[in-house]
Design a protein around this ligand. Structure first.
Ligand SMILES: Cc1cc2nc3c(=O)[nH]c(=O)nc-3n(C[C@H](O)[C@H](O)[C@H](O)COP(=O)(O)O)c2cc1C
Length: 356
């Protein structure tokens, strides 16, 4: 584990990876991945994520042979949760300190240009398409903490919606709790772009179409979980880091763009006023956040998935946790820029902890 990488091996990583699978391959070659077999969706995956994190230089975890699920069905936790993994995925030099990644991010943003996605007709996500007998629990959605209100299929997800007025596509990371075989509850806090977009549909009395991608290139998760400006699609922003556009396929029912190389995508709509009790959920603050409250529900009408799909997991833990990497490097870079712009000199570093 964590052997130093030869420079030529690292250079290879500065080329964009194609999808989650190629990213996993690279993480493993860099000693940044551990395979764990036989962990149950019920509390074991969440507990193991926390135990592994308390080690020195904790790796990402690929859960395999999940009891009760077909052999190829897997889940990955913590793909972006270390300075080294972030550098690998973003194509930055080998960091010797987490602030090196913040510095590299600030440098990147001086020349970063968004790149819109390319629409294609086919891709691995269409290997399996379900139009009836919808059951989101065909995937090993975990119960992460003992008092969580349910199994969460979306923690490292990408909730994809189109603004009905301005026609741009937002992709946000919002937790998604299983409410039933074809029902998923979304907790989107006030002010989030996804919430603003949903309100626009509902004000017109219309259902809000949505895709929930539950396994994808980790760069898309990084974009989805960080505050990108309103009107700029996370697809374009993340592609600006990759240097090549994402390939997307228009979904069958609502024409929303899904990553052609996504692992699992749910398609449906949130109908005005339709809610179900959601939460609580053990959040990155170290507490169960939000209690149990009525939250909007997605009626899932289609499931698309690759063969042997890999569910993405972001398991919140008691802080300090490695969540700070995926949530905070970008924020730290932005704050550092602002602090310098405000005229403060001699800043040695800026860091943001996971609770913001
Ligand atoms: C792992 C992770 C989980 C998150 N869960 C939620 C959530 O359940 N609800 C929410 O409103 N924001 C959540 N966030 C924060 C949003 O993803 C973040 O604020 C993002 O910028 C929202 O996208 P938007 O700006 O397009 O609305 C989460 C972030 C991360 C990294």
């Amino acid at each position: 584990m964590n052997k130093p990488l030869a420079a030529n091996l690292w250079n290879e990583y500065t080329r964009p990876h194609a999808d989650l699978r190629e990213a996993i391959e690279r993480l493993e070659r860099a000693g940044e991945l551990r395979r764990i077999r036989g962990a149950d969706w019920k509390l074991e995956m969440g507990t193991l994520a926390e135990i592994v994190y308390r080690e020195d230089s904790p790796p990402a975890i690929l859960f395999e042979d999940i009891p009760g699920y077909p052999k190829g069905f897997r889940a990955i936790s913590g793909a972006t949760n270390s300075a080294k993994r972030l550098a690998l995925l973003l194509g930055f030099p080998v960091p010797s300190h987490p602030l090196d990644v913040v510095r590299a991010y600030r440098d990147r943003m001086k020349t970063h240009k968004p790149i819109p996605p390319r629409v294609v007709k086919d891709g691995p996500v269409l290997e399996n398409v379900f139009k009836s007998n919808i059951d989101v629990l065909k995937f090993p959605a975990p119960l992460l903490h003992e008092h969580d209100g349910g199994r969460y299929i979306g923690t490292d997800d990408l909730v994809i919606m189109r603004d009905p007025e301005q026609n741009w596509v937002n992709c946000g990371t919002y937790r998604a709790m299983v409410q039933g075989p074809d029902r998923v509850g979304l907790w989107i806090s006030p002010g989030k772009h996804g919430r603003q977009i949903r309100e626009k549909y509902w004000k017109r009395g219309k259902p809000c179409p949505v895709l929930i991608s539950c396994g994808h290139d980790p760069l898309l998760f990084l974009a989805g979980g960080n505050e990108i400006r309103f009107g700029l699609s996370e697809y374009d922003y993340a592609a600006g880091h990759r240097g090549v556009p994402y390939e997307v396929i228009e979904s069958e029912l609502y024409g929303l763009p899904m990553p052609a190389h996504a692992e699992i995508v749910l398609e449906g709509a949130m109908h005005p006023g339709e809610t179900a009790p959601e939460g609580p959920f053990g959040e990155f603050t170290g507490y169960y956040a939000g209690g149990r409250t009525p939250q909007p529900v997605v009626r899932v009408e289609r499931i698309y998935h690759r063969n042997d799909p890999i569910l993405g997991l972001a398991c919140p833990m008691v802080p300090p946790s490695d969540f700070s990497y995926s949530k905070c490097v970008m924020k730290a870079g932005m704050i550092w820029d602002e602090v310098e712009r405000a005229g403060l000199s001699g800043v040695r570093g800026v860091w943001v902890h996971e609770h913001g």
